[in-house]
Design a protein around this ligand. Sequence first.
Ligand SMILES: Nc1ncnc2c1ncn2[C@@H]1O[C@H](COP(=O)(O)OP(=O)(O)OP(=O)(O)O)[C@@H](O)[C@H]1O
Length: 309
Amino acid sequence: MDIVVEHLTKRYGPQKAVDNVSFRVKAGEVLGFLGPNGAGKTTTMKAISCYIKPEEGDILVGGYSIHEHPEMIKKNIGYLPENNPLYQEMNIIDFLEFIAKIHSVPKYLIPERILDMVRTCGLEGEKHKLIGELSKGYQQRVGLAQALIHDPEILILDEPTTGLDPNQIVEIRELIKRIGKEKTVILSSHILAEVEATCDRILIINNGRIVVDGTAEELRKQAAGNEILKVGIQGGEVKDIFDLLFQIETIESVDFIDVDKNLFEIQSKPDSSSVKSIFDTCVKNDLYISELTPTETKLEDIFRELTLH
Ligand SMILES: Nc1ncnc2c1ncn2[C@@H]1O[C@H](COP(=O)(O)OP(=O)(O)OP(=O)(O)O)[C@@H](O)[C@H]1O
């Protein structure tokens, strides 16, 4: 089931929480929705799940509009809200039965669905405990189980690993990846590494607007720009080496990183690489390379650059 978001705008008073946002999610895709606090992630996810109505724009889920067929859409969406509000005093089985009934799962199917969810979400050992007695990681598993109980095609997860310890984070990510093989998933997060580890595609939202839409790889390429190399050259005076480097045609700029260690930062001209020329220059002038490292633009830097303003 595809999701098509078209010119979505949602206002809270004078503030536009989401401002003319459009994007598509293909069936079977795992989309990471990334952005700083207050960017508009939850608002967008709530609009897709039909929990709030936008003032402008439309969302089509499997061809159904949120304005005309919210009930059809709700049947096909499983939603795990940000703070995973669970009934602490219920046990897991009773809670899942209760949620299955809310979703109108046929009575005869409910025991089978519960069993399936307990298995899928790894709840076997804890299933008779009260939800309030579970660790945060297991509570999050119950949250996923309740979102999946009616077997929706689409799963929407609002910051599913917030507040978990590192082991629990890894476990929940693995679980989401497994579920993502069968469902369309939209997952929101502040954490780039999380989105990179779990998602096929990244959408970055800032101040209610989409600022990036692509794979992690595309993002890196887009931001990488010119080749930047950290180069150490030995066997000569730092000033002479600097002059030699400056004469290489493909080099745009040379900076010192550490004068005492003959360490330079070299930026090449657009669409060119200077690695071979640097090597040839060193051989010709009886110098040797002690270090040569390409500087990779980190996704964190890209994220900061795009969302700081
Ligand atoms: N019910 C509401 N009433 C008024 N303003 C709201 C309401 N819900 C959200 N907002 C505002 O809309 C903007 C977007 O909020 P939203 O919760 O969608 O962001 P978010 O990206 O999910 O943030 P976070 O990562 O902090 O959860 C924020 O400025 C927020 O204060």
